[in-house]
Design a protein around this ligand. Structure first.
Ligand code: CU
Length: 236
């Protein structure tokens, strides 16, 4: 099982390999999340570097050399203004870019090429391709595989049949609750073909750990052929 998961992880292309401690994202939305993470981390490194430099500089420059203490002051208005204003500007910047990126990730196209209803249930995932009659159900030994075309928009309508589940695709940098009575709607625009692991990210009961699924991204042509094959199977 573990070897299988490693193979699945390796079978994805370069973009599934973590960078900066995160996935680069195999969708447009996932790329946006990755760049947010990348720049937040670079900002944190820059702030950390400035703090460490200031610490070491003051430790070395003002170390005790005899009893001649430096000039003692109660406060320094310019420094206090700087260390109040600069963090506020950083927080405003992070907030601004977070809103921009979240809007990008949550944006839904009025004309998706494919619409899939994803249903979480105790304990598995069901994928219904709207307008084609194709339904993919897991078996105890074979989790279902969500097949998506690369380069076009797939709309996902996410629901739950029973309790709260977490629809999580690490390589897409994407996770969303599947909640009973609520439909969560979002789009995926896959940018590369590959096979990626999916998980339930919300502890949902006894067999939560078996709520696995796979995501396979294929070219548009391969997707059409696959869907037609599944439809014929469904009709038969
Ligand atoms: Cu679950």
């Amino acid at each position: 099982m573990a070897i299988g998961l490693v193979l699945v992880a390796l079978s994805g292309s370069a973009c599934t390999i973590p960078a900066f401690g995160g996935y680069k994202g195999a969708t447009d939305q996932g790329h946006a999340a990755f760049h947010m993470w990348e720049w937040s981390l670079l900002t944190a490194i820059a702030v950390g570097a400035i703090v460490w430099i200031l610490i070491f500089w003051s430790v070395i420059r003002y170390r005790k050399r005899g009893d001649d203490l430096p000039k003692q002051v109660r406060y320094s208005t310019p420094i206090e203004i700087v260390y109040t204003v600069v963090p506020i500007l950083i927080v405003i910047g992070l907030f601004y870019f977070t809103v921009i990126v979240e809007d990008r990730i949550d944006a839904v196209s009025p004309t998706p090429a494919v619409t899939v209803k994803v249903t979480g249930f105790q304990w598995g995932w069901r994928f219904d391709y709207q307008g084609s009659g194709v339904s993919l159900l897991p078996s105890p030994t074979h989790p279902a595989t969500l097949v998506l075309p690369v380069g076009v928009t797939t709309r996902v309508n996410l629901v739950s049949n029973d309790v709260v589940h977490g629809f999580y695709i690490p390589a897409f940098n994407f996770s969303r609750y599947a909640q009973p009575g609520v439909t969560n709607t979002f789009d995926f625009n896959p940018t590369e073909s590959g096979t990626f692991i999916g998980r339930c990210a919300q502890y949902c009961g006894l067999y939560h750990s078996q709520m696995l699924f796979s995501v396979k991204t294929v070219s548009r042509g391969e997707f059409r052929t696959w869907l037609a094959g599944q439809s014929t199977g469904a009709a038969a």
